[in-house]
Design a protein around this ligand. Structure first.
Ligand code: AMP
Ligand code: GLY
Length: 451
């Protein structure tokens, strides 16, 4: 067992984005002393920590050495790359408890082939028709049988930008075959295995669970917005913003569908357990709510970014206790969240999604944001003696809170005007027009009229 004196527990956090800022803030609120490893100097994390080290997040040996030298007892890993590189395994070998899956368990995210085949082997509900292959002959035969209304993606990690969808990025079977050939020949995603999946239609949502090997404790459902520009147009990004509702469901998502998604997550965790995989950390389910209910788009082995900010801004239980529970196989039965809606919008550099303007100075009026009631999380910016500068990734996440999505959205907008520079925001996220479109889309998918 870890020390009961949680007030002084030293916790390592890995990652320098807004997701990790929200993780560090929640851990600190629970009484942790933060020791951070990050590649950029995130001013929010820097301020919360006793000490931080600027280091690449996949430099496993350097991170483990740092953690040991500071005698940290517990670690929370934010991004997927260090998990794939085996950071959780290396920390555990050094006697540090980790809320983050081992390299083998992280395959639920890092190998789409593993994830789809695992679900198949254990008949987990929410499955899709798929093929994972590096043979063009096999791919051609599968397409002849199943048609080309598919989504094609590399099996391995691509930073969320590897999926191509028929009808959007691909318009013929030649396009589909061409992208499969690219994946195989250029070894996209690292392994050169192409995954073809039936194209699902519906509304996407995220459900994140806390896992300790045995339990999956759910958090509120969230909807992210992947497209760079308003009206869901433009290139796919890591996520431009997200919202959650005060009842922890979404305006188009019923309790029954939320429960089906949670059941899929629990059965997936059971499938891993049956294969000897002890999954500890956050399990992130990306679902498509289809006419037949929720189906799995992907799993991630970590919190979503931005989705972490939605749930951690309203967590009522001690996140330090939850992290300790995940790491040591002793989660309590429930994690409490406030009955509040949240709207998170990302401020990103001009050009984000295509050619982001990095190295530009931004001005953040922290006092004005605090007064608005919204919560500010710094993302992939770099603080120097001269100020705060953009990198090629997202800059600042602002979370508005309220009794309704509308109220939370208003608070977020009032706060966001206090971030200035060569940046842009998707103002439509959380606004009633876009939410109405989501509901209407779901009604159309179900073949209902909206009434
Ligand atoms: P992924 O790389 O698996 O995270 O996919 C990125 C995005 O592509 C998802 O968020 C979906 O919008 C879309 N997508 C991926 N797989 C499917 C699928 N089987 N059906 C429909 N859309 C998908
Ligand atoms: N927001 C999507 C992700 O974190 O993968």
């Amino acid at each position: 067992m870890l020390s009961k004196e949680t007030v002084l527990m030293k916790v390592l956090t890995v990652g320098g984005g807004a997701r990790e800022h929200s993780i560090a803030a929640a851990l600190k609120h629970g009484g942790a002393k933060i020791y951070a490893c990050m590649k950029n100097k995130n001013p929010g994390i820097a301020r919360l920590s006793e000490e931080f080290a600027l280091v690449s997040e996949t430099e496993i040996d350097a991170i483990v050495r740092y953690a040991k030298s500071r005698a940290v007892e517990l670690a929370f890993v934010g991004p997927e790359a260090p998990l794939e590189a085996g950071l959780a395994d290396a920390l555990a070998t050094s006697g540090i408890s980790v809320a983050g899956p081992t390299k083998s368990a992280a395959r639920i995210e890092t190998s789409k082939r593993f994830m789809r085949e695992l679900m198949e082997r254990h008949s987990v509900p929410g499955r899709v028709r798929f093929l994972a292959s590096d043979s063009m002959d096999e791919i051609k035969d599968w397409l002849d049988l199943n048609g080309c209304d598919v989504v094609v993606k590399p099996s391995g990690l691509t930073g969320g930008k590897g999926a191509k969808v028929y009808g959007e990025h691909l318009s013929s079977s030649d396009d589909v075959m061409g992208y499969c050939r690219d994946i195989i020949e250029k070894k996209l995603g690292g392994t050169g295995i192409a995954v073809l999946e039936e194209r699902l239609q519906g509304e996407e949502f995220t459900l994140q669970g806390l896992c300790d090997g045995r339990r999956v404790i759910p958090t509120p459902a969230v909807q992210d917005h992947k497209r760079a520009y308003e009206g869901d147009s433009g290139p796919n990004t890591g996520g431009m913003g997200s919202y959650s509702d005060s009842d922890h469901l979404l305006p188009f998502l019923s309790k029954e569908h939320y429960d089906s998604a949670l059941d899929i997550m629990r059965k997936t965790k059971e499938a891993m357990r049956a294969e000897g995989i002890d999954y500890r950390g956050i399990l992130y389910g990306q679902f498509m709510l289809t006419r037949e209910g929720p189906k799995v788009v992907e799993f991630n082995a970590r919190f979503g970014d931005p989705e972490a900010m939605n749930v951690l801004s309203i967590i009522e239980s001690s996140f330090l206790e939850m992290t300790e529970g995940m790491a040591t196989g002793s989660l309590p039965g429930k994690c409490g969240f406030g009955q509040r809606a949240t709207v998170c919008k990302y401020v990103v550099p001009e050009g984000y999604g295509t050619k982001p303007l990095s190295g530009e100075k931004i001005e953040v009026d922290e006092d004005a944001i605090k007064k608005s009631g919204a919560v500010l999380y710094y993302a992939a910016v770099n603080e120097t003696d001269d100020g705060i500068f953009t990198t090629t990734s997202r800059s600042v996440g602002i979370v508005g809170l309220g009794g309704s999505i509308e109220e939370a959205e208003g608070q977020c907008e009032r706060a966001i005007s206090n971030v200035r520079g060569k940046v842009f925001v998707r103002h439509d996220i959380g606004k009633s027009d876009l939410i109405r479109k989501r509901i209407e889309h779901m009604c159309a998918i179900r073949g209902e009229t909206n009434g």
